[in-house]
Design a protein around this ligand. Structure first.
Ligand code: FPP
Length: 283
């Protein structure tokens, strides 16, 4: 694990990283980064200062996840509902995004991270949009961790877009009248297609909500909600979340040690049990 080389000998982080089970590192972590505003308020600072501190955490957590061997990291950076915030705050978030993309490209390349956006990003201000596309192009051949930045993202929009794509394709192929949609068809047309489904969904700052994030993809994700505010969510906090994840017994709706089954088979009944018999056996 590359992370171990970077953690100081005898540090708490290193001991925690060493205690992790290498065979149970989540393939995909998704994070709802929340609490920037509260972090700033607690310090008597403007909200902007919280977002700026949040960018530093994005930087640290991207590198830590890549060093941990995570295959995909999805960060909720701006929801489709966030446009309701004051104009000055929204503008500031776009400036911070541009700043991050420009300043961190070298680090993304060094860590072999491939950055991709999910969300209706065409609606972004032109300069932020261009910077995003340029970073996507520049990192498109990287083979390491995939970093999905959810920007102007809404899971419902994403599902509606996937369904419309399926309908368009069927119209072009001329088989609309025979169209039968299944789960694989939807999954392949979501913007996260190509990333494994999230195993672990982290939400910072204590709110018990999903907030329209990856609704389809998190069907079997383990949820981890921490009171830590996003600007305080450091490598140690990430390792705690992974440690907690490793203690969970994942059953995917089955019994212990089951794996997710995309198309569970309903077994044929071998024996007819009469209602009376069933009632007796349940007593
Ligand atoms: C939630 O905190 C955070 C956001 C809406 C934006 C997240 C943005 C960043 C971490 C910085 C920019 C991101 C990138 C990828 C460069 P909040 O403002 O809702 O906090 P509050 O609930 O305490 O008010």
């Amino acid at each position: 694990m590359k992370l171990l080389d970077k953690l100081p000998i005898d540090s708490k982080e290193r001991r925690l990283a060493l205690s992790l089970d290498q065979s149970k590192i989540p393939a995909h972590i998704a994070i709802i980064m929340d609490g920037n505003g509260r972090w700033a308020k607690q310090r008597g600072l403007p909200r902007f200062a919280g977002h700026r501190a949040g960018v530093q955490r994005v930087r640290d957590i991207v590198e830590a996840c890549s060093d941990l061997g995570i295959q995909a990291l999805t960060l909720y950076a701006f929801s489709a509902e966030n446009w309701k915030r004051p104009r000055a705050e929204v503008d500031m978030l776009w400036r911070l995004l541009r700043f991050y993309l420009r300043n961190d490209l070298a680090d993304l390349m060094r860590n072999d991270v491939r950055l991709q956006s999910i969300g209706r990003v065409e609606a972004l201000p032109p300069r932020a949009y261009e910077e995003l596309r340029s970073t996507e192009r520049a990192t498109s051949r990287n083979k390491g961790m995939r970093l999905n930045l959810a920007i102007n993202y809404s899971a419902r929009n994403e599902m509606v877009d996937a369904i419309n794509t399926i309908l368009d394709e069927a119209r072009i192929d001329g088989n609309l009248s025979r169209l039968v949609v299944d789960e694989k068809m939807v999954s392949r047309r979501l913007q996260t297609a190509g990333s494994p489904e999230p195993d672990l969904l982290i939400r910072t700052s204590g709110e018990m909500r999903i907030s329209n994030f990856l609704l389809w993809q998190i069907a079997y994700a383990e949820l981890y909600v921490t009171d830590t505010l996003w600007p305080d969510f450091d490598t140690m906090q990430l390792l705690y979340a992974v440690q907690d994840f490793q203690k969970r017994e994942r059953r995917f709706g089955g019994l212990s040690n089951s794996l997710p089954d995309p198309e569970p088979q309903i077994p044929a009944l071998t024996e007819e049990v009469g209602d009376e018999e069933l009632e007796l056996s349940l007593r």
